[in-house]
Write a protein that binds this ligand. Structure first.
Ligand SMILES: *Cc1c(COP(=O)(O)O)cnc(C)c1O
Length: 474
């Protein structure tokens, strides 16, 4: 039992903030973080201790311990970047929650160059007058897609929203019931339509939609016809959909536009790299689409952005919408996007220079040899906490690109003998607690580390020594 005297004595014994700040060990902290933040953190710790002393009735008095040491830890954690690199060993190459496409060195260099200085973002260096940020990248987009014009916004969701709001506000847009997609929770076609101020007219059925369904849906209020790429699912069996050519034909006969939300939007035929075939943006345009929207950070392998390509008059209308200003991209995105598009100029070297494509086309043998090289170091680091073996697995492209096409890959499979669920979760947490967090996936009672996306093997091995203590649950 602590009596009032003990409590008072203990409170008196507490080091003052001044004493703490004057201690020699604290000078390093003051140099690194400045007096204001260090003082605030010290105050927090001292207040915590005070509360603990006052609360210590039957329990032993708390030790003051190394207050400066605690402050150092707290400050280091506060000042570490909150957004940081991780090892994506989930087997999903374009993982939305892990930031999608890794960028090529060329894009990093371009971003760095414009980030630290003024640039000609909206300045025409030819005539010295105000310019348009889209022109910086438009010619490359047009060259690679065959489009007349292009504009770039924050992401593909923004592209669809802006397109509909610009061309179909208070008007009707027929879409097949088979294409009313939801992408990762927040992007759902019916809701985007509503927010854009357009009226969705559902056409056909879930599995079958015919040209006559669209024709029957046309009215004087119809603004345009729209097709949405069913990115993240497939409907199989008794199915029918209307082709781009047919939809474009119907739209043009009625003097309205035909637009396509292509989702991933591939710029090149991926079958030349041994990947599943996906209709390219250029092909969609040649099939008659007046506008196509797609993401910059999906199969394209660039920074987060949304690209709208197509007819010049429609792009002009879209760019006049005040919403464009709210959805536009910054100079860093434009720098990265241009650098990535320039890599497409030479398709023969694309698979080695563009990280997304390099990872997607990585051979199973190559991935397996990574797994074999890591088997020993990972086993050793785990010190018998789990058994480790090399196993075949399947990676997926991710971000709703070709959901049923899986790529043969190899993984380290970590098993905990005689234990289930919780222990495996704890093991996964230890990997996530590493300096560069390692994100795997739990499947079939194993923690799988799919090595398709591991390129920095040395960096991975180097931090394995932290595994023994990292994230260890009490
Ligand atoms: C991914 C996707 C979107 C959303 O694109 P973001 O770039 O993530 O905003 C919209 N439509 C389709 C069909 C998609 O596949």
């Amino acid at each position: 039992m602590n009596d009032t005297n003990t409590t008072q004595t203990r409170l008196r014994e507490m080091p003052s903030i001044d004493e703490l700040l004057r201690s020699t060990t604290c000078t390093v902290l003051l140099d690194a973080y400045g007096r204001e933040l260090v003082t605030a953190v010290m105050r927090d710790i001292v207040a915590e201790l005070r509360a603990q002393i006052l609360a210590a009735r039957d329990s032993p008095m708390p030790e003051f311990g190394d207050v400066v040491g605690r402050a150092a830890e707290k400050l280091a954690a506060m000042m570490a970047p909150a957004l940081k690199p991780v090892f994506n060993l989930t087997g999903t190459v374009l993982h939305t929650n892990l930031g999608r496409a890794p960028l090529p060195a060329e894009a990093i260099a371009a971003m760095t160059a414009v980030a630290s200085s003024a640039s000609n973002l909206e300045f025409d260096l030819g005539n010295g007058k105000r310019g348009d940020r889209d022109t910086l990248v438009e010619s490359w987009i047009c060259r690679l897609t065959g489009a007349e014009a292009a504009t770039v916004v924050n992401n593909n969701a923004a592209a669809v929203l802006l397109l509909l709001n610009s061309l179909a506000m208070r008007k009707e847009v027929p879409v097949s019931r088979g294409e009313l997609v939801e992408i990762g929770g927040a992007f759902r076609i019916p809701e985007v339509m509503a927010r854009a101020g357009s009226k969705l007219v559902e056409v056909g059925t879930t599995n079958r939609t015919h040209a006559r369904d669209f024709e029957a849906a046309l009215s004087t209020r119809t603004a345009l016809l729209m097709k949405v790429h069913t990115s993240n699912y497939v409907v199989e069996g008794f199915v029918a959909s209307v082709s781009d050519q047919q939809l474009a034909g119907i739209a043009h006969q009625h003097g309205i536009a035909y637009v396509v939300d292509a989702g991933s939007g591939s710029l090149v035929d991926l079958s030349q790299f041994g990947l599943p075939r996906e209709q390219t943006v250029a092909e969609t345009l040649s099939a008659g689409a007046d506008l196509v929207t797609f993401s910059g950070d999906k199969l394209l392998g660039g920074p987060q952005c949304g690209i709208i390509v197509g007819r010049r008059d429609l792009i002009r209308k879209i760019k006049k919408n005040p919403m464009k200003r709210a959805l536009r991209v910054d100079k860093i995105t434009l720098a990265a996007l241009t650098a990535v598009l320039q890599l497409y100029a030479d398709p023969t070297r694309l698979a080695e220079r563009l990280p997304t494509l390099r990872l997607l086309t990585r051979s199973e043998d190559d991935i397996r040899s990574v797994a074999e090289r890591l088997l020993d170091p990972v086993s050793k680091a785990l010190q018998g906490d789990a058994t480790v073996s090399v196993t075949d697995c399947r990676s997926q492209i991710g971000s709703g690109a070709m959901p049923v096409d899986l790529l043969p890959s190899a993984a380290l499979a970590l098993c905990i003998v005689g234990s289930r669920g919780k222990a495996l979760e704890r093991l996964a947490a230890r990997f996530r607690a590493l300096p560069v967090p390692v994100i795997g996936r739990i499947a079939d009672g194993m923690l799988l580390l799919d090595l398709r996306c591991l390129e920095n093997e040395a960096g991975f091995i180097e931090q394995l020594s932290f595994l023994s203590s990292a994230g260890e649950a009490p």
